[in-house]
Write a protein that binds this ligand. Structure first.
Ligand code: AP5
Ligand code: MG
Ligand code: ZN
Length: 214
């Protein structure tokens, strides 16, 4: 199963992608998580990506594509994957379509998690992330058992640098301009499905499971 998660920043792509990955035993591949891990480790890629991410801008396609094509080589991708945050531009989507076509394959579903901009800012300001294992929480909607500590791995949680309200506004602008066109792209390929992302986390997941036929 090859799945793409589409949706605005803060729509819940990462939250749902993790649940899908667990259910279907496929890897969850988040380009944002990979960039953040590189920033934390102080790699060259991390240093370059940070310049863009902190401003709410997209990392250039060339860097992103190199990273993701390399990730696909990993044997854990043999049975598919759930992509979260990639593709994010039309050139990235075209590159993915081409790479899969060379292997006689294609994606199964592009799931658009729909959440209006008004809901996004409050979600982001309450988000807490674990940079160690990638888990995401919300101080009101999805709290941890112990405040500030990851339920999964016990590491301390952080507020992401790009979750400041000004930067969130910029990310939403960038989303509408560069990523939203992917909705038409995947509708044109007959791969697009939509879910209402304003529901409770578990309801969103049940809607997705129904679509995936699990
Ligand atoms: P990335 O990490 O992908 O960020 P994003 O797309 O902006 O998405 P988020 O991770 O902010 O939101 P999400 O949809 O995953 O929501 P979440 O589940 O956390 O990318 C960051 C940056 O990296 C980009 O800006 C760019 O610079 C760069 N980048 C990454 N990929 C790139 C690419 N392909 N090309 C170029 N640049 C790239 O949920 C949000 C909050 O809401 C959480 O607190 C969560 O707990 C809560 N929540 C989730 N679901 C619900 C619910 N149903 N009800 C209530 N609260 C909920
Ligand atoms: Mg995410
Ligand atoms: Zn953790």
């Amino acid at each position: 199963m090859k799945i793409i998660m589409l949706g605005a920043p803060g729509a819940g792509k990462g939250t749902q992608a993790k649940k899908i990955a667990d259910q279907f035993q496929i890897p969850h591949i988040s380009t944002g998580d990979i960039f953040r891990a590189n920033i934390k480790e102080g790699t060259e890629l991390g240093r370059k990506a940070k310049e863009y991410m902190d401003q709410g801008l997209l990392v250039p396609d060339s860097l992103t594509l190199e990273l993701i094509m390399d990730r696909f080589q990993n044997p854990d991708c043999a049975n598919g994957y759930v992509l979260d945050g990639f593709p994010r531009t039309i050139p990235q989507a075209e590159a993915l379509t081409e790479a899969l076509k060379e292997q006689g394959e294609s994606i199964d579903f592009a799931i658009d998690v729909e959440v209006p901009d008004e809901n996004i800012i409050s979600r982001m300001s309450g988000r807490r992330a674990c940079l160690a294992c990638g888990a995401t929480y919300h101080i009101v909607h999805i709290p941890t058992k112990k405040e500030g500590v990851c339920d999964r791995c016990g590491e301390g949680l952080v507020l992401r640098e790009d979750d400041k309200p000004e930067t969130v506004k910029k990310r939403l602008d960038v989303y509408h301009e560069q990523t939203q066109p992917l909705i038409d792209y995947y509708a044109g390929q007959k791969k697009l499905v939509r879910v209402d992302g304003t529901q409770e986390m578990e309801e969103v997941f049940q809607a997705i499971v129904k679509i995936l036929g699990a």
